[in-house]
Design a protein around this ligand. Structure first.
Ligand code: SAM
Length: 409
C-alpha cells in the first residue's frame, strides 16, 4: 500500500498526495498563484538585507520577530529539553509544589548543586516558563512546571529521550539507514517480532519487556482520559483492549463503566505483567487476560468494542492492516473499533505528528504517524464502515477514530 507509479500522487500512504516526479496533478486555479507568492516570499526572506529591514519596519516587525524566535527555538530545542530533563531528574517541580517559592541558596542546598549551577538551571527554567521568579529573589513553579507536578507520563517520556537522542545524534546516518537506531531498538522488545514469527517470542528479554511496558503504562495517562471522555463505554457489553500493555486502560474503563466486561490481549510476557497488575488492583476476575500475537493468533471473541490505543502507529501499513483485519474478525457485525493515538496533521499539533513521532518511530525501526484520513482508509480496507473522528480535548496527545464492523460477505 502507498506505492504508486512515478509522477502520480500517492494519496493512500497518509492521505496527503505527494508527487514523485513527472507531470503534476490537476490543481485549483489559485494554486499556481499561491506557489508564485510562496517563492517570492522565500526569495525575500533568504535576503539578509530584507530580513534586517523587515525586523525594523513596524508593520512587519512582529512577524519578523516571531519567525526569528521560532527558528531559534528549533536551533535550541535540544538544550531546552535537557533543561527539562535536569528539572525532572532533580524532582524540582514536585519539590517546589511541596515547599512553595524558595530562595536560591535553599534550592541549591536541596538540589545538592553549587549555587552558581543552581542559579543557571533555575534561570534557564524560568526563561522557558517552567519556573517563575518571585519577589525577593525566590523561585516558584511557572505554568509549564506546574503542569509537570506529579506528571509521570511526561516525566517518563523525558527520561526515555536519552535513547532517542542517542540515536538522533547523527540524524543523517539514521535517515540513510532508514532506522532503527541502536538505542531505541534496544528498548523496544518486539521490534522484529512481526517478521520473525512466534519463535521470536521466546527470545523476548523479560527485563526489556518490563522496562518498556512500564514506560507505556506511565505514559498512557496521556491517552486514557481522552478516550474515556470521547466515547461512552456504557453503550457496550464487552470491551477488548488489544495491545493493552499492563492493563492501565482496562482498569480505568472498569472504574468508568461498572457493568462492562473486560478483556485484554497482548504478547504473553506483557499479558503476564497485566495479570499481575490487575490482580493487585482487585480486577483479577473481572478482566480476562489473553496472551498471544495479533499476527499469529486469533483475537478472543465476544467483545462488541475493541480498543487499539497507541498500537497502529508502531506498525507499517501492511502490519497495521493485518491487525485491523484480526480485530474485524473478532467483532460481530455492528461492533465498534476505537483507534486512539497521536495523529499527523492534527490541528495545532502538526510538529508532534510528523516531526516528533515521525523521527521517533523511525528510530524505533517500524511504524509512522498517520493522519486521521490515512487511518480511515486502512479501517475501510479492513472492512470497517462509518469511520468518524471523535473530538478530544488535547489532539496533541491523541486523536480518536471510531468505526463499525460491517458484515463480512
Ligand atoms: C506502544 S504500546 C501501547 C500499549 C498501550 N495500549 C498503551 O497505550 O500504553 C504497543 C503494545 O502492543 C503490544 N504488541 C506489540 N506487538 C504485539 C503483537 N504482535 N501481538 C500483541 N500485542 C503486541 C506491545 O506489547 C505493547 O503493549
Amino acid at each position: 500500500m502507498g506505492r504508486s507509479a512515478s509522477g502520480t500522487p500517492d494519496p493512500a500512504a497518509d492521505g496527503r498526495p505527494r508527487s514523485r516526479g513527472g507531470p503534476l496533478p490537476a490543481a485549483p486555479w489559485w494554486a499556481a498563484w499561491q506557489e508564485a507568492w510562496q517563492d517570492w516570499r522565500n526569495r525575500r526572506i533568504a535576503d539578509h538585507g530584507f530580513r534586517r529591514w523587515a525586523a525594523g519596519f513596524w508593520p512587519t516587525r512582529p512577524l519578523a520577530r516571531r519567525q526569528a524566535a521560532r527558528l531559534f527555538d528549533i536551533v535550541a530545542g535540544f538544550v531546552y529539553s535537557q533543561v527539562l530533563l535536569a528539572c525532572v531528574r532533580l524532582r524540582l517541580f514536585d519539590r517546589l509544589a511541596a515547599s512553595g517559592p524558595q530562595p536560591l541558596d535553599e534550592l541549591a542546598a536541596t538540589l545538592a548543586l553549587p549555587a552558581r549551577a543552581a542559579e543557571r538551571l533555575l534561570d534557564a527554567a524560568a526563561a522557558l516558563g517552567l519556573l517563575e521568579r518571585r519577589r525577593g529573589g525566590r523561585y516558584a513553579l511557572g505554568p509549564l512546571g506546574a503542569a509537570m507536578v506529579g506528571n509521570e507520563a511526561v516525566a517518563a517520556m523525558v527520561e526515555h529521550h536519552a535513547a532517542l537522542y542517542a540515536d538522533l545524534q547523527d540524524p543523517v546516518a539514521l535517515l540513510r539507514a532508514g532506522g532503527p537506531g541502536r538505542a531505541m531498538a534496544a528498548c523496544w522488545p518486539y521490534a522484529a517480532y512481526a517478521d520473525d514469527g512466534p519463535d521470536a517470542l521466546q527470545a523476548l528479554d523479560p527485563g526489556v519487556v518490563a522496562a518498556y511496558s512500564a514506560l507505556m503504562t506511565a505514559s498512557q495517562s496521556l491517552v486514557i482520559d481522552e478516550v474515556l471522555d470521547a466515547w461512552p463505554l456504557h453503550r457496550h457489553r464487552v470491551l477488548l483492549d488489544v495491545g493493552g500493555g499492563e492493563g492501565r486502560f482496562v482498569a480505568a474503563a472498569a472504574a468508568r463503566a461498572p457493568a462492562l466486561q473486560l478483556m485484554l490481549f497482548d504478547l504473553p510476557p506483557v499479558a503476564d505483567l497485566a495479570r499481575c497488575r490487575l490482580q493487585g488492583l482487585g480486577l483479577g476476575t473481572r478482566v480476562q487476560v489473553h496472551g498471544g500475537s495479533f499476527f499469529d493468533d486469533p483475537l478472543p471473541q465476544g467483545a462488541d468494542l475493541v480498543t487499539l490505543l497507541r498500537v497502529l502507529f508502531d506498525h507499517d501499513d501492511e502490519h497495521a492492516l493485518a491487525i485491523l483485519r484480526a480485530v474485524h474478525a473478532a467483532l460481530p457485525p455492528g461492533g465498534r473499533v476505537l483507534v486512539a493515538e497521536p495523529m499527523a496533521d492534527a490541528p495545532g499539533a502538526r510538529a508532534m505528528g510528523d516531526a516528533y513521532f515521525g523521527l521517533y518511530l523511525l528510530a524505533m525501526g517500524r511504524g509512522r504517524p498517520r493522519s486521521a484520513q490515512a487511518l480511515g482508509a486502512l479501517l475501510r480496507q479492513a472492512g470497517f464502515g462509518g469511520v468518524r473522528a471523535l473530538r478530544t480535548r488535547l489532539p496533541l496527545q491523541t486523536g480518536v477514530l471510531v468505526a463499525e464492523a460491517a458484515a463480512t460477505a
